[in-house]
Ligand binder design. Structure first.
Ligand SMILES: NC(=O)c1ccc[n+]([C@@H]2O[C@H](COP(=O)([O-])OP(=O)(O)OC[C@H]3O[C@@H](n4cnc5c(N)ncnc54)[C@H](OP(=O)(O)O)[C@@H]3O)[C@@H](O)[C@H]2O)c1
Length: 251
């Protein structure tokens, strides 16, 4: 595949992401608190997380294995950011979930795997076939700015994910109102952190597949944050009225 064909593939993928964005405002993705009947067979929630999120690592590494020659240092660092995130998401995060007895529809696992196959392929193909960064890319403002945003987003994402998980005692499955820190501003700071993280990755890689991934992350998580926010307000009459869904003070 040449660069021209590759670009059109990525643009097509982003068009699918745009459709997904609007679809997810109409149909809440049925996992976590939005799980409901009618979505076919189900699997163990923890197993679902491991399988669907490990997929991207398998695909990315398989595509990278087709690369000829050694990788430049900037590409190695970029891959390091990506792999660190997904090692945590697929191998560590699922084991901390207080998810006893919870199930996830197979349809969610398969659709997330589909997303991860395409995303892993596009990023892996870019890094192994087209990426051509100067050796001093580390001094470029795009690299530094993107790296700071990536790390800040990852810190927010991880910190607030684990704060949410700790709202339950082991064995519990219900929900409480999260309070303190970023939770006083928005209902879903963990989703905000993830969006910031991949926006930073798009900037530090200054790449089309990086942009597509950030766009898809927003397309997946903005509707989910909105659904969570409406759910909190419906479940808890005392839910803080000033709190926004995803973007402090705005939305
Ligand atoms: N890049 C992407 O496109 C993408 C897509 C989806 C998710 N993600 C990431 O994956 C992670 C998990 O996503 P998610 O949508 O499942 O997050 P979530 O709905 O906020 O749930 C995170 C964890 O905390 C628990 N939890 C959440 N709110 C709670 C509350 N009020 N009281 C008690 N427990 C609560 C959830 O339990 P339950 O599962 O039982 O609700 C779950 O175990 C996030 O970091 C997200 O950014 C990324």
């Amino acid at each position: 595949m040449d660069w021209y064909q590759y670009q059109w593939l990525v643009y097509g993928w982003m068009a699918v992401g745009l459709c997904t964005f609007f679809y997810l405002f109409r149909v809440k993705a049925p996992f976590g608190r939005h799980t409901r009947l009618g979505w076919g067979p189900v699997v163990d929630n923890r197993l679902g997380w491991i399988v669907m999120e490990a997929t991207v690592l398998v695909v990315l590494l398989a595509v990278m294995a087709t690369a000829s020659g050694s990788l430049d240092m900037p590409v190695r660092i970029m891959l390091g950011f990506f792999v660190a995130h997904y090692l945590h998401r697929s191998m560590i995060y699922p084991w901390f979930l207080r998810t006893s007895g919870k199930k996830m529809p197979m349809a969610i696992v398969l659709s997330a795997m589909g997303f991860n196959v395409v995303n892993g392929f596009l990023l892996g193909y870019f890094f192994s076939h087209f990426a051509d960064y100067p050796a001093d890319w580390f001094k470029d403002a795009r690299f530094w700015t993107g790296s700071v945003v990536f790390v800040a987003g990852a810190a927010l994402n991880i910190h607030t994910d684990y704060a949410l998980i700790r709202l339950r005692k082991p064995g519990e499955t219900g929900y409480r109102i999260p309070v303190g820190g970023w939770f006083d501003r928005v209902s879903c700071p963990n989703h905000l952190g993830e969006i910031l993280e991949w926006t930073g990755f798009a900037v530090l890689t200054w790449s089309l597949p990086g942009l597509a991934f950030a766009f898809w992350t927003f397309a997946n998580l903005a509707p989910r944050a909105w659904a969570h926010h409406q759910w909190y307000k419906a479940q808890f009459p005392d839910y803080p009225a000033r709190r926004k869904a995803l973007i402090p003070a705005l939305w």
